[in-house]
Design a protein around this ligand. Structure first.
Ligand code: NAD
Length: 419
C-alpha cells in the first residue's frame, strides 16, 4: 500500500457514515469508523484488535454487517508522513465527521508545543467525558479476594478543574500580578514565591458530565450514580459539583432518579421500582470503599483530578492499565482509546497485552449497538485467559499460565470466537 500524501483520509466507497437524526445515532450496516494506529506499542496492539473485531462482527452477523475502517493519522506516524505535523487538522475533522473512532496510545512530542496530544484532542473536539468501565473477567490476576464485585463505569470530567491549564510559574510577571490581586483585594494568605494554579469548575461543565452519567445509568439498567467530590474542603468548586448534580437530578430526572436521602425519608429505605439512586461520597473515602465494598457502586461521576486517580486505582483492582478500556466523548463524537501509554521499551516486540484497546473496541461495538459482537469478544477473551493463554504481564502474575506474543494472544481469542 502506498502512503497517503495528505492527512485527509480517503473513505472506502462501500462504507456509509454514522449520523445523527433527531439526537439519535443512526448506524448503517457498513459504517465508516476511524482508527489511529498509535505510537510505540500501537503497531503491536492495533492490527490485532482490528482483526479480532472484524472476526467477531463477521461471526455475530454472518456477513450482514461489517465495519469499513478508515485510517487516520496522529502522533509520530502523522509527523513522519506529513512534514512534522503531529496533530493534522484533517484528522480532527475526520473524527468529527465519522462520529466514532478508536485510537492507540500517542507519544507526547517533547518541545512540540503541545502539553499532550491527548489533552489537545479532548479540547479541540470538546470530548468532555472520559468514560472508563471497570469490571472483572474470570482468570485475570487481581489483588482482591472478591474481584467479581467490581463492576463500575466511571465518568470523569475532561475539560475543567486544575487540568484547565491556568497556571502561573513562581517568579513570573503574571504570577506576581495575580499574587498582588489575591493578597491586596481578596486578603488571601499563602507563602511568598508560590506557584499558582486555578481550578475552574462550572455548572455547565459539571452538569453535562453528570447528565451523561445519569443517562448512561438509565439506558443500561444500572442501579445508582455516585458523585465523587472533595466538597468538604473545596466547597465552592467540588462542593458545587455535588450540588449541581443534585440540582440537575431534580430539574431533569425527577421521574427516574431518587436521592439516597429520599430513599430513607420518603420510601422506607427501599428504592422505588424503576428508579435509580443518586448519592455522593467524598473522594478519599471512595478509594477505601472501592477496595472494601465495591459492589455498592455502579456508575460514578467525578471531576477531572479525582477521576484521573480513581480510574487507575479501580482499574488496578481487576487487572490494571494493561486491560482497562476507555473513551472520550462529547454528546456526539466518541473516541475510544487504550488507556495506557506507548510503553516505548516494548514497542515493536510483539509482547504486550492488547486487552486495553480490545475492551475499548468492545465499548465501541456497544456504543454503536452491536452488542452481540461485543459480547462474543468478551466471552472469547475470558475463555482465552481462563485457559491460561496470556501475554507476559499476566504470565508473571499467573503461575502455570502459558506466555504468548500479542499476535498469538489475538489468534487465541479469534479461535475461541469461532467455537
Ligand atoms: P505507559 O503506559 O506507556 O507504560 C508504563 C508501563 O506499563 C510500561 O513500561 C509497561 O510495563 C506497562 N504497560 C503499558 N501498556 C501495557 C500493555 N498494553 N501491556 C503490558 N504492559 C503495559 O506509560 P509511560 O511510560 O508513563 O508513558 C510512555 C509514553 O506514553 C509517554 O510519551 C506518555 O506521554 C504517553 N502516554 C500516552 C497515553 C495515551 O495516549 N492515552 C497515556 C499515557 C501515557
Amino acid at each position: 500500500m502506498t502512503a497517503p500524501s495528505s492527512a485527509v483520509p480517503s473513505y472506502p466507497a462501500q462504507g456509509t457514515k454514522i449520523r445523527y437524526e433527531n439526537d439519535r445515532m443512526v448506524v448503517p450496516d457498513e459504517p465508516l469508523i476511524g482508527y489511529v494506529e498509535g505510537d510505540g506499542i500501537g503497531v503491536d496492539i492495533t492490527p490485532v484488535c482490528l482483526n479480532i473485531c472484524d472476526r467477531a462482527v463477521e461471526r455475530a452477523y454472518g456477513g450482514r454487517r461489517r465495519i469499513r475502517w478508515v485510517e487516520l493519522f496522529l502522533g509520530e506516524k502523522a509527523a513522519s508522513r506529513f512534514g512534522g505535523d503531529y496533530f493534522p487538522k484533517a484528522t480532527l475533522e475526520a473524527m468529527q465527521d465519522l462520529v466514532v473512532s478508536i485510537k492507540g496510545p500517542l507519544t507526547t512530542p517533547i518541545g512540540g508545543g503541545f502539553r499532550s496530544l491527548n489533552v489537545s484532542l479532548r479540547q479541540e473536539l470538546d470530548l468532555f467525558a472520559c468514560v472508563r468501565p471497570v469490571r472483572y473477567y474470570r482468570g485475570v490476576p487481581s489483588p482482591l479476594r472478591e474481584p467479581e464485585k467490581v463492576d463500575v463505569v466511571l465518568f470523569r470530567e475532561n475539560t475543567e478543574d486544575v487540568y484547565a491549564g491556568i497556571e502561573y510559574a513562581a517568579g513570573t510577571p503574571e504570577n506576581e500580578k495575580l499574587t498582588r490581586l489575591l493578597r491586596d483585594e481578596f486578603h488571601a494568605r499563602f507563602f511568598d514565591g508560590s506557584a499558582l494554579g486555578i481550578k475552574p469548575m462550572s455548572a455547565f461543565g459539571s452538569k453535562r458530565l453528570i447528565r451523561k452519567a445519569i443517562r448512561y445509568a438509565l439506558d443500561h439498567g444500572r442501579r445508582s450514580v455516585t458523585l465523587v467530590h472533595k466538597g468538604n474542603i473545596m466547597k465552592y468548586t467540588e462542593g458545587a459539583f455535588r450540588q449541581w448534580g443534585y440540582d440537575l437530578a431534580r430539574e431533569e430526572f425527577s421521574d427516574s432518579v431518587v436521592t439516597e436521602d429520599e430513599v430513607q425519608s420518603r420510601h422506607g429505605g427501599r428504592v422505588p421500582e424503576g428508579k435509580i439512586v443518586l448519592k455522593d461520597r467524598i473522594a478519599d473515602i471512595m478509594f477505601q470503599m472501592m477496595l472494601l465494598r465495591p459492589d455498592e457502586f455502579d456508575v460514578i461521576a467525578t471531576p477531572n483530578l479525582n477521576g484521573d486517580y480513581l480510574s487507575d486505582a479501580v482499574a488496578a483492582e481487576v487487572g490494571g492499565v494493561g486491560i482497562a478500556p476507555g473513551a472520550n466523548m462529547s454528546d456526539r463524537v466518541a473516541v475510544f482509546e487504550a488507556t495506557h501509554g506507548t510503553a516505548p521499551k516494548h514497542a515493536g516486540k510483539n509482547i504486550v497485552n492488547p486487552g486495553s484497546l480490545l475492551f475499548s473496541m468492545v465499548m465501541l461495538l456497544e456504543h454503536i449497538g452491536w452488542t452481540e459482537a461485543a459480547e462474543a469478544i468478551r466471552r472469547a477473551y475470558e475463555r482465552t485467559v481462563v485457559d491460561g493463554v496470556v501475554t507476559y504481564d499476566f504470565a508473571r502474575l499467573k503461575p502455570g499460565s502459558k506466555e504468548v506474543s500479542t499476535s498469538a494472544f489475538g489468534d487465541a481469542v479469534c479461535e475461541r470466537l469461532e467455537r
